[in-house]
Design a binder for this molecule. Structure first.
Ligand code: ATP
Ligand code: MG
Length: 381
């Protein structure tokens, strides 16, 4: 069996435990078996290329990104146990009341962390993909009530464990805290090493995610930062120019296998099993996202035709329609502000879309009405 690391003794909570210290990437002795990733890698790359291609079906990729990014933020937080929904997120942005504010905050924190990493990597003078950038992202992710006591933005200074009530009965005890910085520096070197270029980029992403989870560098938020790293690398290595895929949907759907495969790297040296699980996930998630874009494009085209055919439609209702994909829930006031117009004009524009069956009023009240682009939301959820 291939060795994937060694054990170090770590003392925590008064007991002495064996903490796992992974070998640096890439897997060796034997090297990752080519036959295990060649074909699935080709399929996954193909699915990503199709996903990039299908964005041409809508006039602006921002229409698609608005929901795709939120969907990933939501799903990755749901793996953590967050109860928020996509509608909660849309409602919060519409200024409507949401019940589980803490959960929604957790998701919006992810969005902020993701944007930070994306902006830095896109900006030639921004930070490169580095421990420092990940720590900065972590501090945004754990900002607010839930992050208190979890050392936001800092590598952990104590021994942690996964599964179980204490290190002694844990499923997995990650490396001792004093090893974390060096192990991450190894990972960073692997990301930037030219010599790693004989592995396909998607395979490298699979390796990096698993290594990151195995090092478990933070007190909390390791899953979410590790998955954020996947999205960032997909763009950074030219596999998907915009974050249109929500891989966390696949990981959530196969959550126990996800955790089991991560463990099997350590316990059985099984890197191949993890890599093929990951590649299969990319192929599935990209295909799902492609289907969803085709459905959305067709819905928008149908509604656009309906609107253009209506004698009642005018400038304001046309402009409102163009905003719907990025504003699926709204009040008249929000429309008034977005269109920079008067209340009666905003009201009339909404009425046109409502009469055509494009948007629906949700409250049934005369005052403080709020609206939903329900057909679109149903396609997203
Ligand atoms: N057996 C394991 N070996 C290595 N990593 C694991 C194992 N089981 C789970 N993980 C990783 O640890 C993550 C959980 O760690 P942590 O609670 O710090 O992250 P989180 O972002 O707060 O939560 P979550 O990942 O559950 O959303 C999992 O998502 C997974 O990526
Ligand atoms: Mg957690």
């Amino acid at each position: 069996m291939r060795s994937t690391g060694s054990y170090a003794t770590s003392t925590t909570l008064g007991e002495s435990v064996r903490a796992f210290v992974p070998n640096p990437l890439p897997p060796g002795k034997p090297a990752l078996a080519y036959v295990c990733y060649m074909e699935p890698n080709r399929s996954a790359e193909m699915a990503l290329a199709r996903l990039s291609g299908v964005t041409g079906l809508v006039p602006s990729v921002d229409w698609l990104l608005y929901s795709a990014i939120r969907k990933e933020a939501l799903l990755t937080s749901q793996i953590e146990g967050t109860q928020a929904t996509l509608i909660d997120l849309f409602d919060k942005e519409a200024g409507l009341a949401v019940s589980n504010t803490d959960d929604v905050e957790e998701v919006t924190n992810y969005l902020r962390a993701f944007r930070l990493v994306q902006q830095n990597l896109r900006d030639p003078s921004g930070l490169p993909l580095s421990i420092r950038l990940l720590c900065n992202a972590h501090s945004l992710l754990l900002d607010g009530a839930r992050g208190t006591g979890k050392q936001p933005g800092e590598l952990r200074r104590s021994q942690n464990w996964i599964g179980g009530t204490r290190p002694g009965n844990a499923v997995f005890v990650p490396p001792p805290p004093e090893r974390v910085a060096d192990l991450l520096a190894d990972m960073e070197r692997f990301i930037h090493a030219a010599s790693a270029n004989d592995l396909p980029p998607l395979v490298k992403i699979a390796l990096v995610h698993a290594q990151f989870e195995t090092v478990h560098p933070f007190l909390d938020g390791n899953g979410r930062i590790g998955r954020l790293l996947i999205s960032a690398l997909l763009e950074h290595w030219g596999l998907l120019s915009e974050p249109l895929m929500y891989l966390s949907g696949y990981l959530k759907q196969h959550q126990s296998e996800y955790y089991r495969r991560l463990s099997a790297i350590r316990t059985d040296g099984d890197w191949e099993g993890w890599v093929s699980f990951f590649l299969e996930g990319v192929a599935q998630a990209a295909t799902d996202a492609e289907r969803s874009i085709v459905a959305i494009a067709s819905l928008l085209a149908t509604h656009r035709r309906t609107l253009l055919a209506s004698p009642k439609a005018g400038t304001a209702s046309y402009r409102l329609f163009e905003m719907l994909p990025m504003m699926p829930r709204f009040t008249i006031e929000r429309v008034r502000r977005s269109l920079n117009t008067s209340f009666p004009t905003a009201n009339a524009a909404v009425k046109v879309l409502e009469d055509l069956g494009i948007v629906t009023e949700m409250t049934g009240q005369k005052k403080n009405r709020s609206y939903s682009y329900q057909h679109y939301i149903e396609l997203m959820t």
